[in-house]
Design a protein around this ligand. Structure first.
Ligand code: SF4
Ligand code: SF3
Length: 538
């Protein structure tokens, strides 16, 4: 195995014996083989386009789903990868059968082994390091593209689940993956392709925004309790709002309260979700604290997407996976078929008594923020708001991530903090007060709601008749997995400069690629909150 797609990669170089995330070599090799098989499907789709043969929409949907299953902390179950590999090859062959051209040797002609052990052995020969490329910098960009595509695929899959699709997004997934096996592009062409991935990700996030708001309404500012009510309980984690909606429907009137965990927190702001009286509050913090927090939860737990960690024995029997998520030994239920989760919750003790704790606010997505754009612009003009910080991105286990807590604590009282994704759990319950009625801490949503932050930045730039880079706005980002890679590429595609990124820079960027980003985008690594605040605010 060799994997360095996420921020916690071993020694900042790569996991080659066992993933720091818990991914075993077998799963890593099978994921590599799935990516290889999908590259072959991508090559067939590119050839089909050249011959004017239409690629079925469901091929794109499958491609996104399969790619998403290789993202960090999604699926750790070797058995789940065999059907995906076989389906990728079957779809490739179905397409190839319609073509006049002969497909090139390699991923497009690969024949899968008959069993899991054989597939694993094949996967060991088709890893990231086996992609044909002699130039280190281009290899770095090829890997960046693959990781960015995993992020795009994740958002495209989420959007497709709610019926929002764009064939142009799927086409890019094919083109991009097929390109990783070409050797005729120079460095400049590779930079352009990686930025194009950011452009396509913006479209995928736009589709997902339309999907979520179309199905459940525009989020509204909402107070979310962090305590609990006496009674049976189910905890829902991950990003998939449809799973949550179906669970809310299926538990109505059953005496079970539903709590969100991690990236599901912003779901409380959606009108069509918040209307359920048994959709009560939020429990716990970010994904890396599962062991402690899940062990103490007295009900069933449902993981709808990333990030799952190895379940502790104490709650292996009460954690359920759905959709693309898998952990060997944890019960998997089909999307929407939550009977076993409900039965488990009813059999478990639940919370013995009410407990009032603090509350937090969410629901400041683009529609809600645009609704107060007038007062915000006035406050900026009057000098009451001096600066906006987008402190956003993933959380993780590294101690260096305290930077983000401290940064928010130290940001002056005349600044506003916009946040999104699970990195917010470092500071989401801080009482930062308000500026003339505008809360200083605005939770815009999940990681994909970076789309909201972009919409707001563009609207502010329009109001002040300047470019986004000229706004009193700084982006302080934390990354962990490949959705964050895709978002970063979107921001670069939009020409956003001066991004501060941490806690460490991606291992897959060579010094030359990094220098290019520094020279063209002034992207920098975080230093200390004091130094960075001083540099930004002068
Ligand atoms: Fe290592 Fe991250 Fe890959 Fe897991 S996903 S194997 S932690 S680089
Ligand atoms: Fe978090 Fe996994 Fe990235 Fe959606 S839940 S942001 S890390």
């Amino acid at each position: 195995m060799f994997c360095y797609q996420c921020e916690q990669t071993a020694k900042g170089l790569g996991c080659d014996k066992l993933g720091v995330c818990g991914k075993k070599p077998e799963v890593s090799d099978l994921q590599d083989l799935l990516v290889y098989a999908l590259t072959g499907l991508g090559q067939a789709a590119v050839a089909a386009k050249a011959e004017g043969v239409a690629v079925p929409m469901d091929t794109g949907r499958f491609f996104a789903k399969a790619m998403f299953s290789t993202l960090t902390n999604v699926n750790f179950d070797p058995a789940d990868f065999m059907p995906l590999i076989l389906e990728a090859v079957a779809k490739r062959d179905a397409l190839a059968g319609l073509l006049k051209a002969k497909l090139p040797e390699g991923p497009a002609t690969y024949v899968p082994a008959a069993d899991l052990a054989g597939l694993t052995a094949q996967g060991a020969k088709h890893g990231l390091k086996d992609i044909p490329e002699a130039n280190d910098d281009i290899r770095s960009l090829k890997h960046t593209l693959i990781f960015g595509i995993k992020g795009v695929a994740a958002y495209a899959d989420h959007a497709a689940i709610l019926g929002q699709e764009d064939p142009a997004v799927y086409e890019f997934l094919y083109d991009g993956m097929a390109a990783t096996f070409t050797t005729d592009k120079d460095l400049g062409a590779w930079v352009a392709l990686v930025l194009k991935c950011g452009e396509v990700n913006l479209r995928a996030m736009e589709l997902l925004d339309a999907a979520n708001t179309g199905a459940y309404g525009h989020p509204v500012p909402t107070v979310v309790p962090l305590g609990h009510k006496a009674g049976k309980a189910i905890l829902v984690s991950g990003h998939d709002l449809k799973d949550l909606k179906q669970l809310l429907e299926q538990t109505a009137g059953k005496g079970i309260n539903i709590y969100t965990h991690g990236e599901m927190l912003p779901a409380h702001g959606y009108p069509e979700l918040k209307k359920y009286p048994h959709f009560y509050g939020h429990y716990g913090t970010a994904w890396q604290n599962q062991h402690k927090e899940f062990a103490a939860f007295p009900g069933a737990i449902l993981m709808t997407t990333n990030c799952i960690q190895k379940p502790a024995e104490s709650y292996l029997g009460s954690i359920f996976t759905t959709g693309l998520v898998g952990w060997p030994g944890a019960v998997h239920v089909k999307n929407g078929e939550f009977g076993p989760v409900i039965a488990k919750a009813l059999a478990m003790p639940g919370f013995p008594a009410d407990e009032d704790k603090d509350t937090v606010m969410t629901g400041f997505a683009h529609n809600a923020v645009m609704g107060v754009a007038g007062p915000v612009i006035e406050a900026v003009k009057a000098g009451k708001i001096k600066h906006f910080f987008l402190v956003a991105g993933c959380d993780g286990a590294k101690p260096g991530r305290n930077y983000y807590t401290e940064f928010v604590e130290k940001a002056p009282a005349d600044t506003i903090i916009l946040t999104l994704a699970c990195g917010k759990f470092r500071f989401f319950d801080k009482k930062l007060g308000d500026i003339g009625g505008i809360p200083r801490l605005l939770d815009m949503g999940q990681c994909n709601d970076a789309y909201s932050a972009i919409q707001v930045a563009v609207a502010l730039a329009k109001a002040f008749e300047c470019g986004v880079n000229d706004l009193p706005l700084s982006m302080i980002l934390s990354w962990y997995e490949q959705k964050a890679v895709a978002i970063l590429l979107t921001l670069l595609h939009l020409g956003v400069k001066n991004i501060r990124l941490g806690p460490t820079l991606p291992a897959f960027l060579t010094p030359n690629v990094l220098n290019f980003l520094v020279a063209n985008y002034d992207i920098k690594a975080i230093t200390t909150p004091d130094e960075d605040l001083k540099a930004i605010l002068g």
